[in-house]
Design a protein around this ligand. Structure first.
Ligand SMILES: NC(=O)c1ccc[n+]([C@@H]2O[C@H](COP(=O)([O-])OP(=O)(O)OC[C@H]3O[C@@H](n4cnc5c(N)ncnc54)[C@H](OP(=O)(O)O)[C@@H]3O)[C@@H](O)[C@H]2O)c1
Length: 436
């Protein structure tokens, strides 16, 4: 069937007004409507809002900013069969969103989305579909919300060879860990985060690293030109971090953050999302609360730091509307070839190992023996006074070695009778870390 394609990409900027449909009128969608109403950008007109149970949305306070001419609908076909030029998707998830956006792109509508899961898992396919239909797919809000990491990397760093990325891309984890830095315990801070709306009732996607992993994969595609399978990227939960870890981290001139890191070596990408010790001298240690930060290192341009509000309706809406304006003005982004790459979680790094033991003579020599057996050298041993001997937390740091090497030693140390908890193993992020 021949479809007449009317695409933004084929329009000249001075053509008629670009018509926009919003899919999803939640936190970000309603903020996008408010930003559009407040700024009245020439050449852009919001014509449709789609949401389930739409009357509930239409009568909400946020809807007051929406022009009376807008069609509110709970039937997606009203959008897909309409003459809108750009579909702005702010619902989230893979299904049914992917199918709807494929239909939109196939019928010549450009798409703007903030959906990190969709872009991490289906971005390459959707980008091909957009290109073959001569329309745009923009997702600048999918990583770090209001911080222009994606457009900055695409446009501003396209000329460099970015070799590594390390970032804080999950505001919930950063809120939790930066509050724990001041002495609060994990459970209390998580409960506060849930009350403030920073964390979901089921916080797993954030605290176990899956949200950050999707963002790391998007960043790897853009900056390292590497297509990764998100499910192959190792994640480690922050829920095993305790207040005592911040005390020991401080003695090592470090703090703890959830770090998403990726580094390209030939045809392999080393990638991991985990709580890590970060030197206090690193910009990553200065990021507090829900702030996001990404540091990219380029062969020619050196380090570049992106930082700001990683979430929230208005900051994210700014990123969405900026994408929308770029699409409406037919701005092409830099396109560089992207290759599928295999991924490993292996890094050569110093490691922080925290043990909680029922103290008995010979424990340290057993631990040292297990580490020596795998070839890992101890760098320091820290033990704070004031803890009961029957529940004694202490720390060993290693010289740089492979994470898998330390994990082998941990597996045997964990079996010692005196171990009250599974030992905690964290990478220590240092600038000269080398993947293996
Ligand atoms: N919030 C942020 O700070 C932020 C930052 C960066 C990126 N993002 C991304 O932006 C997107 C939107 O996030 P949000 O925080 O605005 O989410 P939200 O507040 O939950 O809003 C989603 C909206 O979409 C509607 N919706 C969801 N599934 C639907 C379906 N199948 N059919 C019809 N309507 C549906 C929801 O309706 P109901 O009210 O009925 O549930 C709700 O109004 C997500 O992809 C998210 O990852 C958000």
């Amino acid at each position: 069937m021949a479809t007449k394609k009317k695409s933004v990409a084929k329009k000249k900027p001075t053509d008629s007004t670009v018509k926009v449909a919003l899919l999803g009128f939640g936190t970000v969608g309603s903020s996008v409507a408010q930003v559009l109403a407040a700024s009245k950008f020439p050449g852009v007109e919001l014509t449709h809002i789609f949401n389930r149970s739409v009357e509930r949305k239409r009568s909400s306070a946020a809807a007051k900013a929406v022009p009376a001419s807008v069609v509110w609908t709970e039937n997606i076909e009203d959008v897909l069969k309409s003459n809108v030029d750009v579909v702005v998707e702010l619902m989230g998830g893979l299904n049914p969103v992917e199918g709807w956006l494929r239909k939109a792109l196939s019928s010549g509508k450009s798409v703007v989305t903030a959906n990190k899961q969709l872009i991490a898992y289906r971005g390459a396919n959707l980008a091909r579909l957009a290109a073959s239909n001569n329309v745009h797919l923009a997702y600048g809000a999918a990583v770090a919300g209001g911080v222009p990491v994606i457009p900055g990397m695409l446009q501003g760093l396209g000329g460099d060879q970015v070799t590594r990325l390390s970032g804080i891309v999950n505001g919930t984890c950063n809120y939790i860990l930066s509050r724990m830095e001041s002495g609060a315990d994990y459970a209390t801070v998580l409960a506060d985060a849930q009350q403030l709306g920073y964390a979901e009732a089921d916080p797993s996607a954030d605290v176990d690293g899956f949200d950050a992993r999707a963002k790391l994969c998007i960043l790897s595609r853009i900056a390292l030109h590497a297509e990764l399978d998100p499910d192959a990227v190792l994640t480690q939960t922050i829920s095993t971090i305790e207040a005592i870890d911040f005390t020991y981290a401080k003695e090592l001139n470090c703090t703890i953050r959830q770090i998403s890191r990726a580094q390209r070596e030939g045809t392999v990408v080393h990638a991991r999302v985990a709580p890590m010790l970060v030197p206090l001298s690193s910009p990553l240690a200065w990021s507090h609360g829900t702030q996001n930060m990404v540091v990219s290192s380029g062969r020619f341009g050196g380090d570049v730091v992106f930082s700001g509000h990683g979430a929230g309706g208005e900051p994210t809406a700014v990123a969405v509307v900026s994408d929308l304006l770029a699409v409406a003005q037919n701005c092409r982004t830099v396109q560089l070839p992207v290759r599928k790459r295999s991924v490993t979680g292996e890094f050569m790094a110093p490691h922080y190992l925290r043990f909680v033991v029922d103290d008995k003579p010979g424990i340290v020599s057993s631990i040292a023996g297990a580490l020596a057996k795998v070839g890992a050298n101890i760098d320091s041993l820290l033990q704070r006074p004031g803890h009961p001997k029957h529940r004694l937390p202490f720390v060993v740091t290693t010289e740089p070695c492979l994470t898998s090497t330390v994990e082998k030693a941990i597996a045997s140390i964990a079996k010692l009778d005196c171990m009250l908890e599974r030992p905690l193993c964290l990478q220590i992020l240092v600038p000269e870390d080398k993947p293996q």
